[in-house]
Write a protein that binds this ligand. Structure first.
Ligand SMILES: [Zn+2]
Length: 247
């Protein structure tokens, strides 16, 4: 759940069309057409995965009561499993429904700040090479949908990683988004590490919320992220210029 002024620019470029109503399976098929990097490139690399929110902090809760923290954790655990199968080392900021703040200080704003500060220091502390923070998005217009990457464009490595992720996730969701400049966002700053926030979809869109809870769709998103990380460690650059440049 991220609030930002830049969302207006997203709305300007979003083709709010019938695409929203196409079966997601078409997106998966389109995704398989993208160049598949060698997954062997993942071997020996260390990735920090951060399932956003948790515990007292549910993140966004949609009108059907679906909590962002639950989807974030499901996707992150699946991603960790797939990365480890390919020889990567994965550290997770949480593996259960819990916050990273002190239990004695639940609630906003101090506990939230403490929770985020813990997450933003962990990557460097465990020796990770990249940080992926997994979230679900929300917006007042329920038609808005699709994966969205957030990064600090002053970091060339984060920019390349975000572009690779955005174009593969676009292929899964049949969207044409570009990464967004979110340099003021806490989680794009794990000092010294390329860190990106991956909002895998909008829980405020009823159709997309249903897809995001579907294990098959989660697997398609995860495969796109695994391929993107392999491409990143191969030194690849985004093939789609729109995906490479933050808006
Ligand atoms: Zn969130």
């Amino acid at each position: 759940m991220i609030f930002r002024r830049a969302l207006f620019s997203v709305l300007l470029i979003l083709p709010l069309s019938l695409v929203a109503f196409l079966p997601w399976m078409q997106g998966v098929q389109a995704g398989t057409l993208a160049t598949a990097p060698s997954l062997a490139a993942l071997k020996g690399h260390h990735i920090l995965l951060d399932p956003g929110h948790g515990g007292w902090d549910p993140g966004f809760v949609n009108r059907d009561g679906v909590q962002e923290k639950t989807i974030n954790l499901q996707i992150a655990l699946l991603l960790a499993e797939m990365l480890r199968k390919n020889g990567a080392t994965v550290t997770l900021t949480r593996t259960s429904d819990r916050s990273l703040s002190t239990p004695s200080h639940p609630g906003f704003p101090d506990a939230k700040h403490e929770d985020l500060a813990h997450r933003a220091r962990l990557g460097k502390a465990v020796g990770a090479e990249v940080v992926l923070s997994i979230h679900q998005n929300s917006f007042s217009d329920p038609r808005v949908h699709g994966p969205q990457l957030f990064l600090d464009p002053q970091d060339p490595a984060a920019t390349r990683l975000a572009g690779l992720l955005q174009e593969r996730l676009n292929a899964v969701a049949m969207t044409q988004r570009a990464p967004i400049d979110a340099r003021r966002l806490h989680m794009v700053h794990d000092p010294g590490l390329p860190a990106v926030v991956v909002e895998t979809g909008f829980l405020s869109n009823p159709e997309e919320a249903a897809r995001l809870r579907d294990p098959n769709y989660q697997r398609a998103l995860v495969q796109a992220m695994v391929d993107s990380l392999a491409a990143y460690f191969c030194g690849e650059t985004p093939s789609d210029e729109k995906s490479a440049l933050p808006s």
